[in-house]
Design a protein around this ligand. Structure first.
Ligand code: FAD
Length: 397
């Protein structure tokens, strides 16, 4: 069935009274019907079928329906790991001499690798790590090659000679040292040995320039990156993302002449009296601690340096020298153990550089719990004796 469609414009024009000053409509006049045919969707549907059948001429829906009906084999889930970047034939090498105390990279060491990657990636070079005991995470840190230096114990003279030999024999375009107590000392020794200029304490670094402040920070010194650079802490971001090969490199370091130092050993400091800024492991008490006897016993059993939040120091429960935070001491510890501390911004500033944070708090939503790598949501007064018991069991013969 087909009906002619109404055309409202034509109908309105038919009712219009001609000659009037404003439009007037004569509703008694005969309506004019439109000449346009009305769309008939059912007829269109019939035309789309193969005549005499219910099959569509062009049926995309059937294919989609069939595809949906057949179950697809489940695709294997591939774990997305970090991409591995291989630099088979590097144009040059950028050597990194990290501190890596005890065979572990410090945050400053990681920044050094980040800086080395900037210099190497700009010209198809590779990063070579010069280490005594290779840390496990050199590939993650961004090292393409690893050269083990045959140094035992604290022997800066032998290390200087070994690094000097590597710089002489291999195609090293840049050598980066951390501007730390040991790294800065080694960089200056290597500069004296090789007779090259050291750009010490670089504060910014790019493939084109290195800069540092001078004359009481009134001027900025800038130059093209030289061969020997020591980098200030927090100057460059550590490398992140791609994994690198960390391939061991064979290199015969020449036998060293006997140095002036006959014997050198690390004498462990008493953790209870070492300054907070130099402590490796700090255990702190906050306002959530009421049993200070158990706290002191735990600090001694863990061989940790005692710390506290400002609340505790203000209350006179711990000395002011033990205050951790923006207005106390900023830590550089490997591990920070926070007991009953909320994690106010001023306190968190003091633990920003700590590698590992462990927190005990009754409040799951405390900022300290969020900052911690390992959190115990429990009453610290119960956790402390439980830990003491475990430590006593472990140390028992
Ligand atoms: C200018 C300025 C500078 C400051 N500088 C510092 C600074 O350098 N260092 C610093 O620490 N603070 C500083 N503060 C203070 C800071 O803002 C906080 O007030 C302070 O850190 C809070 O200490 P707290 O976490 O121990 O105490 P609270 O804020 O009282 O938190 C106690 C925490 O313990 C938990 N708790 C309670 N009972 C238990 C239990 N039984 N077991 C386990 N957990 C429990 C609670 O859930 C809570 O999270 C500064 C403040 C100002 C304004």
């Amino acid at each position: 069935m087909s009906r002619t469609r109404r055309d409202p414009r034509t109908e309105r024009a038919a009712h219009r009274v001609e000659g009037a000053t404003r439009p007037r409509f004569d509703l008694a006049s005969t309506p004019v019907t439109s000449t346009r045919l009305r769309r008939d969707p059912r007829a269109k549907e019939r035309l789309a079928l193969v005549s005499g059948t219910q099959r569509r001429r062009l049926d995309r829906t059937q294919r989609v329906a069939a595809a949906l009906a057949t179950p697809r084999p489940a695709e294997p889930v591939v774990e997305a790991g970090p991409r591995l970047k291989i630099i088979a034939e590097p144009a040059f090498l950028v050597a990194v001499v990290p501190d890596a105390p005890g065979g572990r990279l410090t945050p400053h060491d990681r920044q050094l690798f980040g800086a080395a990657r900037l210099l190497a990636d700009a010209g198809g070079g590779a990063v070579l790590a010069l280490v005594e005991t290779p840390p496990d995470d050199l590939a993650m840190a961004g090292a393409d090659r690893v050269l083990s230096l045959p140094i035992t114990g604290y022997d800066p003279e032998a290390k200087t000679a070994a690094v000097g030999a590597v710089l002489e024999e291999l195609d090293i375009r840049h050598a980066l040292f951390p501007e730390s107590a040991d790294g800065g000392d080694l960089a200056r020794r290597v500069a004296a040995l090789t007779g090259e200029t050291l750009f010490a304490g670089a504060e910014t670094l790019s493939p084109k320039a290195v800069t540092r402040a001078a004359q009481g920070r009134r001027v900025e010194q800038r130059r093209a990156p030289p061969r020997l650079i020591s980098l200030a802490a927090d100057a460059v971001a550590p490398h992140a993302g791609t994994l690198h090969e960390a391939l061991p490199v064979a290199f015969a370091v020449p036998a060293q002449v006997q140095g002036a130092i006959l014997s050198a050993e690390f004498v462990p400091a008493d953790p209870s009296s070492v300054s907070l800024a130099e402590a490796d492991f700090v255990t702190s008490a906050g306002n959530g601690i009421s049993d200070f006897e158990a706290f002191r016993a735990l600090v001694a059993a863990l061989h940790a340096t005692p710390g506290a939040s400002r609340m505790v120091c203000d209350a006179g429960l711990m000395p002011r020298a033990a205050q951790v935070g923006a207005s106390g001491t900023v830590l550089d510890a490997k591990c920070y153990f926070a007991l009953g501390i909320a994690g106010a911004p001023q306190h968190l500033q003091g633990v920003a550089r700590c590698e590992h944070v462990v927190a005990v708090n009754t409040d799951l939503h405390a900022a300290m719990i969020e900052r911690a790598g390992l959190a115990i949501v429990a009453d610290a007064q119960q956790v402390m004796p439980a830990l003491l018991k475990l430590l006593a069991e472990e140390s028992a013969p």
